[in-house]
Design a protein around this ligand. Structure first.
Ligand code: AMP
Ligand code: MG
Length: 414
């Protein structure tokens, strides 16, 4: 057992985490697997797109010089999408064309079938057309060599669409971090396996942390909870460290006699970056490195574990994946009343957010105990009250980390 040597500031802890996580290797992944990942390199257009002048409508390709209302045209060929016409358009001639069809030689406009007497070998034009009408020009979407997608961009459906138009079958991305989640505690029972005996509780943290890791884009798996036994813990941790980029444990990281995580890690050659943060909840958080693996020892209290994941692990995962926006949205909030902070540490307070005239109004979700899992389902954001023992005055601006981004779309209350 060991006591905390020195507690560091929360912002300092985030900085140390980000400084000590590597970018993951770049891999080319099929388009369909690239969603949610960050581009590792700029992607440029390989050719003009669309690659040829084509029709925006169903109708007839004609020479605009001929396209006066009342004139009759002879249809000499057709140009559906994917099958260019064989013939050219001469004076008084037309080629039947459909959306996406290649504009035939000689034609410089398309008339919509709705503005003619209809489909046939011949038709009469009912409405005059000018040069370029209903044409989609080659290169009007992107030009060869254009920077289409910048390195660091998160790949979503529009980015996938753009890459596909340019024939890219795969994209260079930073791969997903492999995360292993391990709960520690002799009291823990796997949900769904049996009922609880006296003194036992169900393991909720490893499920919660797994969900958070996946939400952040990681490839995460959980392993069965380890008891507070030095050998069991050592084996489980070593196995996790061997197979993961990031290991996240919960519990056993404070100063109790059964808190063996930190000593186990140090024995396994993990180098401590920090242990102990001036933060509530989350004082005992441990962060260390071993070769390419990163280790987060989060506290066992469910709220602490999840809040600390948000504050430290999520930004680390994002950074490893090359995401420029490694942070959740931060907004400035205020409280209607003075808020005390008696903890001597920064308080990451669970709050609800309402859009009010003066900006975002925060209100505590109620009791802030670290074991109150139900409180997390009510929280929209974490308001950072502090540092240390300073509270905040009613109306004063406070930084808050938004957990439910959809909340930011909310309408004014009332
Ligand atoms: P510890 O950090 O190990 O001292 O645990 C602090 C509190 O969190 C204790 O009440 C534990 O029973 C509880 N706890 C630890 N691990 C978990 C877990 N995986 N799921 C739910 N609660 C836990
Ligand atoms: Mg424990």
């Amino acid at each position: 057992m060991q006591l905390f040597e020195k507690l560091i500031d929360h912002h300092e802890a985030v900085r140390l985490v980000l400084e000590n996580v590597p970018r993951l290797p770049v891999a080319r992944v099929p388009l369909m697997d690239a969603q949610g990942l960050a581009l590792a390199e700029d992607v440029r257009a390989r050719f003009d797109s669309p690659p040829f002048d084509n029709s925006a409508v169903d109708g007839y390709a004609v020479r605009s010089a001929d396209a006066e209302a009342g004139r009759t045209f002879k249809v000499v060929d057709e140009a559906p999408a994917g099958r260019p016409a064989q013939k050219k358009v001469g004076e008084g001639e037309a080629i039947k064309i459909f959306t996406g069809g290649v504009i035939p030689e000689g034609a410089d406009a398309v008339v919509m079938v709705e503005n003619t007497s209809g489909w046939g070998e011949e038709f009469e034009l009912r409405k005059a057309a000018g040069p370029g009408n209903n044409l989609r020009g080659a290169g009007e979407d992107v030009r060869e060599g254009d920077l289409m997608l910048r390195a660091g961009t998160e790949i979503g459906a529009p980015e996938i669409a753009l890459a596909a138009t340019q024939g890219y079958g795969d994209l260079p991305v930073y791969r997903r971090p492999r995360v292993v989640v391990l709960s520690t505690g002799t009291e823990l029972v796997e949900p769904g396996t049996r009922e609880l005996s006296p003194g036992e509780i169900f393991d909720s943290n490893s499920f919660a942390l797994l969900a958070q890791a996946r939400e952040a884009g990681a490839e995460a798996r959980r392993v069965a909870a380890a008891s507070d036994d030095a050998d069991v813990l050592r084996n489980a941790t070593e196995e996790a460290l061997e197979s993961a980029d990031v290991v996240v444990t919960s519990g056993g990281v404070s100063v109790g006699e059964k808190d063996l995580v930190k000593s186990t890690l140090l024995n396994l050659g993990v180098e401590q970056v920090f242990w102990g943060i001036k933060l509530k909840p989350g004082k005992p958080v441990f962060f260390g490195t071993r070769n390419d693996a990163r280790f987060f020892g989060l506290p066992g209290n469910p709220v602490s574990a999840m809040v600390c994941f948000e504050l430290f692990v999520r930004p680390a995962l994002m950074r490893m994946m090359g995401r420029e926006d490694s942070r959740r949205p931060h907004v400035e909030v205020y409280f209607d009343e003075d808020v005390e902070n008696k903890f001597g540490r920064m308080h990451a307070m669970r709050v609800t957010l309402t859009r009010a005239e003066g900006g975002w109004r925060a209100e505590s979700v109620g009791a802030q105990g670290s074991g109150l899992v139900s409180s997390l389902t009510k929280a929209d954001a974490l308001a950072l009250i502090g540092p240390e023992s300073e509270g905040v005055r009613a109306g004063a601006p406070v930084e808050a980390i938004v957990l439910r981004e959809e909340k930011l779309l909310g309408r004014p209350a009332g």
